[in-house]
Design a protein around this ligand. Structure first.
Ligand SMILES: [Zn+2]
Length: 211
């Protein structure tokens, strides 16, 4: 159970940050108060166990983040949504240098894609998760290291590939990549080990990242 385990825990947590953490970072926040210049756009799932700054060791001001169930980048014609609007702003205004699409192990959204009964009584989630159906066409080879979750993990990696293609198809992203000012990456984050794999588009498979 985290800090939200009982009434008042949020208050105590926020006060502890103000008293113990904020003072040591005052000059950093003074600088940040005047504007942001993040170099990375990070697109990931809403899952509470995925904490981008903890995964990457980054600080306030480093990552421009958009999250949703299943780390989806919708491609739905004229519709607008929070993710693609955020991508457009990050690329055209903030001019981020890297865009990372990050899926993760044990993803509930992808479990629901495998077993639709989990979505009964959830009409909005059911409709939203139609965006991950393309994952089935990009499933990755089973990896023994994933143990009993190998089938799920292969689908999660497939979803990273599918959403990475959707990301590349965004007009702002396509333009910036063509101009050589943006790189895009597809990652799989393993909650148990903390390790990241990056999708190698040339090889068509995931490789350990940062080793
Ligand atoms: Zn998830």
């Amino acid at each position: 159970m985290g800090a939200a385990g009982d009434d008042g825990a949020f208050d105590r947590g926020a006060q502890a940050v103000l008293k113990e953490i904020f003072p040591g970072r005052r000059s950093h926040f003074h600088l940040l108060s005047e504007g942001q210049a993040p170099e990375w756009l990070f697109i990931t799932c809403s899952d509470s166990r995925v904490v981008p700054d903890l995964v990457l060791g980054t600080e306030p001001g480093d990552l421009f983040i958009t999250r949703n169930a299943g780390n989806v980048v919708p491609i739905t014609g004229q519709d607008v949504d929070g993710c693609t609007a955020t991508v457009e702003y990050a690329v055209e205004v903030l001019k981020v240098k890297d865009a990372i699409l990050c899926g993760h192990s044990d993803c509930g959204a992808m479990k629901a894609a495998l077993d639709h009964t989990a979505l009964e009584g959830l009409p909005k989630a059911e409709r939203w998760l139609q965006h991950v159906e393309a994952a089935f066409a990009h499933r990755q080879p089973l990896n023994a290291a994933d143990g009993e979750s190998a089938e799920l993990a292969s689908l999660i990696r497939g979803n990273v590939v599918a959403q990475l293609m959707n990301l590349r198809a965004q007009p702002s992203v396509a333009g910036a990549v063509a101009a050589g000012r943006l790189r895009v990456h597809g990652w799989y984050y393993d909650i148990l080990t903390g390790r990241i794999e990056e999708y190698d588009e040339g090889l068509g498979r995931f490789l350990p990242w940062g080793e």
